[in-house]
Design a protein around this ligand. Structure first.
Ligand code: PAF
Length: 279
């Protein structure tokens, strides 16, 4: 695996390969890699000649300084995992490489997407994501880029960015990878105790229960019941919300024809976790 820390080196290498008509797959990450990331890398390896993974903890997308300071890092493990799975290129820029003094932020109108769920709950978060992914896409110019559906709203934000600036890049959104207890894999899980991991499995259990209840009762009642059960277990629910799966328009009633997504953000042991279910 080749390691590049500057965009100049990275681009020199990728330009050479592009001239040989090699297709490039790209998986952007913030490190602390887990099986969810590895599945994205595997998909990229299968579908492209060359796979680039980036590791960059993007301060701009953290609205909470504690969350940024405590974000897990495990570089030697990350590099081992990437080597083992067969990643070709690791790009690890530092802050100044990503955002030099001359950097002018792009202004992307996310419309109503930024007014629901993670938007108001994490002010500035999506703008930070847009800035970094814009930079990374410009540096890597992949044929295909891979993102996990655990970050459902982020996937929709990336789609807006791609449609506006990168129509030549194909996006692939991959299913959430889960532990055997149902908990969605996330780098932040590393900050949970063993009991925290057990408790956090309730999030998906409740999402799955809501999906099953949708056959029988109104959405309002299903969501209220799930929230009640989570609160009883001392899980702090930030939101538990029904939205249209294509537009993220919030819903008061189930949407017909399998267009429902229920999204949750909750706090366990001071760690903020998100998950969702589509049905
Ligand atoms: O999903 C993430 O890990 C990050 O938001 C991303 C897409 C790598 C941008 O920093």
């Amino acid at each position: 695996m080749k390691l590049f820390k500057t965009q100049i080196e990275l681009q020199a290498y990728l330009t050479l390969l592009r001239k040989q008509s090699q297709s490039i797959g790209f998986v952007p990450t913030m490190g602390a890699l887990h099986d969810g990331h590895i599945q994205l890398v595997k998909a990229s390896i299968q579908e492209n000649d060359l796979t680039v993974v980036s590791i960059f903890i993007n301060k701009k997308q953290f609205n909470n300084l504690d969350d940024y300071n405590n974000y897990p890092q495990n570089l030697s493990n990350d590099m081992q995992l990437l080597e083992r799975v067969g990643c070709d290129v690791l790009f690890m820029p530092d802050h100044d490489e990503m955002y030099p003094k001359t950097y002018v932020p792009i202004n992307l109108d996310l419309g109503q997407l930024n007014t629901v769920l993670e938007g108001p709950n994490r002010p500035g978060h999506f703008d930070g994501v847009v800035q970094v992914v814009n930079r990374l896409f410009n540096y890597v110019m992949p044929n295909k880029a891979y993102f996990g559906l655990k970050d459902y709203q982020q996937c929709m934000v990336i789609k807006v960015l791609q449609e506006a600036y990168f129509p030549q890049i194909d996006l692939e959104f991959c299913d959430t990878v889960r532990l055997s207890n149902g908990l969605a894999m996330s780098s932040r899980n590393l900050r949970l105790s063993k009991q925290g991991v057990d408790l956090a499995s309730q999030l998906y259990k409740m999402l799955d229960m809501i999906k099953r209840l949708s056959q029988h009762i109104e959405s309002k009642d299903a969501l209220q019941y799930a929230k009640h059960l989570l609160t009883q277990k001392h899980i702090e629910v930030e939101y538990l919300t029904l939205a249209h799966a294509d537009t993220l328009t919030l819903g008061k009633k189930w949407f017909k024809k399998q267009k429902n997504v229920v999204l949750i953000a909750a706090h366990i042991e001071g760690v903020r976790l998100i998950d969702n279910i589509v049905f």
